[in-house]
Design a protein around this ligand. Structure first.
Ligand SMILES: [Zn+2]
Ligand SMILES: [Zn+2]
Ligand SMILES: [Zn+2]
Ligand SMILES: [Zn+2]
Length: 443
């Protein structure tokens, strides 16, 4: 990695890791239709990204999980240029100890029984149609699924995927219980459409797992085989579509809809989905040159929960050049483990949204340089009127002979890749700072 661009997509994630003529865009999404007052729409911003990186030779994309604030931008980019990404990495469908892909199963219940259009229905649509939709936008040959143990290369560095495991996934009891309840409501309904739905649901899950298998980066399957598997999956979904009217006339339909559509279920599902985000790091810890980190040591966490971070704690390095804070740095996803490792730069993407929490003050106390995309969402900044970096200044400079007091990246429109931390915050108002405390409108 030679540079990182952390995009200010308001409440959402879009981070681009780059080097010599290669880049990886980890997530691209926003919950905000308009990025800020006087700024462009998110759709236009995402379309602009296709142009921004057009000159980079080889581009990869990654979806850590299917929440809108991580995924909706890909559509706009791919509408501009279907061949924009050489490969798009998708998350798997983790199976519990019995082999059931519970997240996917649950999504199918919502798909069939919560019929009014909302962010919730859009989310499950995105999940269940992932292969056909992404394949339709960019070509099936460009899709790959990553899960724990898989590796990929970027700019000469090998990265390993730490999470999620495809099998034996540790779903929380609350979520297991929820899926079981939904299944029970329908198995208790005698015969007919309920039984048919349950059969299609199983067939769909099998078909999806087959795709996960075929789209592994190590798969030797021919493109025709992959395309046929995606078409077969589509066909089952069409069968389910054809059942929806009858299904919703069943006596149990109301109960299923109330169960899977409840506030509690949405929360459990959302949390489970966050916890299953794709997490990766460089495979081998880089060396230290003098007292400086090598830029290789990088950890990306999607919207990982503290529970997930605990699960992978033993696999993590002692020190990182840059870490993407999980779940927009909110209090709810703060992990105590960050205190025990040496982190140079903490990337925190947060923005205005009614449901999104502020950036936790805990980050302010870490010795890392924080890169908050929006100071107005940083609790420390709001309450004290000062950057969460406190007095700490980014002192990175690759020119050993020159001493810098302040990171050269910490200046508006500074894009010299040879200077400073090379971590840039990019937003609709331009490239503006390397740390929290400098707002674009103050420049
Ligand atoms: Zn999420
Ligand atoms: Zn998110
Ligand atoms: Zn901050
Ligand atoms: Zn810097």
């Amino acid at each position: 990695m030679e540079w990182i661009e952390l995009h200010n997509t308001a409440f959402g994630d879009c981070t681009v890791l780059g080097g010599k003529d290669e880049m990886l865009m980890v997530d691209c999404g926003s919950l905000n239709a308009v990025l800020a007052q006087g700024a462009c729409t998110f759709a236009d911003y995402a379309r602009g990204l296709a142009k921004r990186y057009a000159a980079v030779g080889t581009r990869y994309g990654m979806v850590t999980h299917f929440h809108k604030d991580h995924v909706n931008g890909f559509t706009f980019i791919l509408q501009e240029d279907p061949a924009f990404f050489r490969q798009i990495y998708l998350p798997p469908a983790p199976q519990d100890t019995n082999g059931n892909p519970l997240l996917l199963e649950f999504a199918l219940f919502v798909y069939a029984f919560v019929t009014e259009k909302s962010d919730y229905s859009e989310l499950v649509d995105n999940m269940v149609t992932a292969f056909s939709r992404m394949g339709g936008l960019s070509g099936t040959e460009r899709l790959a699924v990553l899960c724990r143990g898989d590796r990929f290369d970027l700019c000469g560095v090998t990265y390993e995927v730490l999470w999620p495991p495809q099998t034996e996934y540790p779903y929380t009891d609350g979520f297991c219980c929820l899926v079981e309840q939904a299944n029970e409501l329908l198995t208790a309904t005698w015969g007919g459409y309920a039984e048919l739905f349950l059969r299609y649901k199983d067939a769909f899950c099998d078909g999806y797992l087959r795709c996960v298998d075929l789209f592994s980066p190590y798969s030797t399957a021919a493109l025709e085989e992959k395309e046929a598997a995606v078409l077969a999956l589509e066909a089952i979904l069409r069968e389910i579509d054809g059942l929806i009217y009858e299904l919703n006339g069943l006596p149990a339909a109301q109960d299923v809809a109330e169960l899977v559509g409840s506030q509690k279920a949405r929360m459990l599902f959302g949390k489970e989905l966050n916890g299953s985000s794709v997490i990766f790091q460089n495979r081998r810890q880089g060396g230290l040159f003098g007292r400086r980190h090598t830029r290789e040591d990088i950890l990306f966490t999607g919207d990982a929960t503290p529970q997930t971070m605990e699960e992978i704690a033993e696999l993590l390095h002692d020190r990182y050049y840059a870490v993407k804070a999980p779940h927009h740095g909110t209090e709810s996803h703060w992990w105590e483990g960050w205190r025990t490792m040496e982190i140079r730069h903490m990337l925190i993407s947060n923005g205005r949204h009614s449901a999104g929490g502020l950036i936790s003050e805990e980050y302010a106390l870490l010795p890392a340089i924080k890169h908050c995309t929006d100071c107005e969402r940083c609790r420390w900044y709001l309450e004290r009127g000062k950057s969460c970096n406190r007095k700490k200044k980014c002192r990175e400079n690759t020119h050993i002979s020159r001493r810098v007091k302040r990171c050269p990246a910490n200046r508006p429109e500074q894009t010299d890749p040879m200077c400073g931390c090379r971590i840039y915050t990019v937003g609709p108002f331009g490239t503006y700072a390397c740390d929290c405390g400098i707002k674009p409108d103050m420049l």
